[in-house]
Write a protein that binds this ligand. Structure first.
Ligand code: HEC
Ligand code: HEC
Length: 377
């Protein structure tokens, strides 16, 4: 409570504080951190950022040589103009496969302590190898990808400059990509809600201000979507409906069964597999079935569709889902009873948590692969 007060008074003008404070005080006893402006992302001590490393990471993020067939670089499933995702409910997979989950935006992934929908990886550096190597994602072999980048003279030079080694190592490629991803973050000056927190009371419409009160009060969103990222990074089962693809398409069923098998679930669970079991895959605790990591609610305007399987195309559908008390099997939500006006107020507030414009980026130019004979010795 003390922290909250000092944080609030540091960020808000007196009038804004009154609004933010009165609505947030209802939950203060639960010790939930209020929404706040994002600080710059944390940088790990063993992977410092330099402009050269970020630039190299950007090229590698676009580079299909970091995949099995030369075309499935990170950007294919994390496209700037599609909110750094795929825009489809379930991401497409490596050619010949389908994926099983919605491609998360990489916007603000720099802030999470737990990555992926089941939060099973704890740093961007550790996240990139399974992304580039996973059979339904990049499907690249580590040593083959390393050889491919060693045959690019410009990369050899750039890696030497950035990492000080004679030859590129694939682990350094993941470090550079992680550094690049730490630049794909929200700019608070472009976000109405953050401008409001900084003292511009007109930055939020009246509807958005009422929506903020609902978010922090009656609608209870703050209980899980809290803090600067609007995520507590915990896991809940909201009863999000299963992806229709799992009952209609053998390629999706193959991926689902394969994931269950890979992750070592008991045979009876594997044989009955008809949906993504989320956190259970990691813990094998029956109570964790259907639990997924709370995602950030920043940049939602640019990152549809929503939920771990993209089953909701619009934010209005998401709000209706919560209003009805979640889906079948949900273990945390109860019906809210919002009026139509309250729903549109809440939507106005959710939209005010996004930048005024999407974060776009030009495709970088990629250096050529050379034959060994052409290499500077
Ligand atoms: C074939 C599509 C595909 C490719 C290629 C791909 N991704 Fe992903 N990415 C996804 C999907 C789908 C998820 C969600 C997977 C999950 O939660 O199990 C994801 C999740 C992520 C996340 C986690 C975000 C969060 O909020 O936790 C990051 C970061 C990420 N990808 C970065 C990368 C990088 C870096 C590469 C290249 C090395 C890459 N991806 C390649 C589809 C892809
Ligand atoms: C009990 C914790 C909890 C509460 C309360 C909660 N959420 Fe969520 N929210 C989650 C989790 C967990 C997910 C991911 C669920 C999944 O994909 O299966 C999620 C997903 C979302 C998404 C999708 C985001 C994306 O990028 O796909 C939106 C939008 C959202 N919530 C908005 C809200 C709103 C609005 C409220 C208040 C009405 C709310 N949430 C209340 C935990 C919660």
């Amino acid at each position: 409570m003390k922290n909250m007060k000092s944080l609030a008074s540091a960020l808000l003008t007196p009038a804004a504080m009154l609004v933010a404070f009165s609505v947030q005080s209802t939950l203060a006893s639960e010790g939930v951190p209020p929404l706040a402006t994002l600080p710059p992302p944390p940088i790990p001590a063993d992977n410092p950022m330099t402009p050269e490393k970020v630039e190299l990471g950007k090229q590698l993020f676009w580079d299909g040589r970091l995949s099995g067939n030369g075309t499935m670089g990170c950007v294919v499933c994390h496209q700037p103009e599609l909110g750094w995702g795929t825009g489809t409910p379930i991401s497409f997979g490596y050619p010949g496969t389908e994926h099983w989950r919605n491609s998360q935006t990489i916007l603000n992934s720099a802030y999470y302590n737990k990555l992926f929908w089941e939060g099973n990886v704890t740093s961007l550096e550790a996240q990139a190898p399974p992304a580039a190597g996973g059979a339904v994602a990049g499907n690249g072999d580590g040593s083959m990808m390393e050889m491919k980048i060693r045959f690019v003279p410009e990369y050899v030079e750039a890696f030497r400059e950035v990492f000080g080694t004679d030859w590129p190592h694939v682990s350094q490629a993941w470090q550079a990509i992680a550094a690049f991803q730490r630049t794909i973050v929200t700019d608070p000056e472009k976000v109405p809600f953050d401008r409001f927190l900084a003292g511009d009371e007109d930055a939020l419409s009246d509807a958005a201000k009422r929506g903020m009160a609902l978010y922090n009060g009656k609608a209870g969103c703050i209980a899980c979507h809290s803090g600067a990222l609007a995520s507590d990074e915990r896991y809940y089962n909201l009863g999000v409906p299963a992806a229709p693809e799992f009952s209609s398409d053998p390629l999706y069923q193959i991926t689902l069964r394969w994931e269950l098998y890979q992750k070592g679930v008991p045979e009876e669970v594997y044989l009955a597999g008809s949906d993504d079991l989320g956190l259970y895959h990691k813990t094998k605790r029956p109570a964790d079935k259907g639990k997924f990591r709370t995602p950030s609610l920043r940049e939602l305007r640019w990152t549809e569709p929503y939920m771990h399987n993209g089953v909701f195309a619009t934010l209005a559908e998401v709000v209706d889902f919560y209003d009805a008390g979640g889906g079948e099997g949900n273990t945390v939500l109860t019906p809210i009873g919002l009026t139509d006006e309250e729903k549109s107020d809440l939507l106005a507030f959710l939209e005010a948590l996004s930048m005024d414009e999407p974060l776009l980026m030009e495709e970088p130019e990629l250096p050529e692969t050379a034959t060994w004979a052409e290499f500077p010795k």
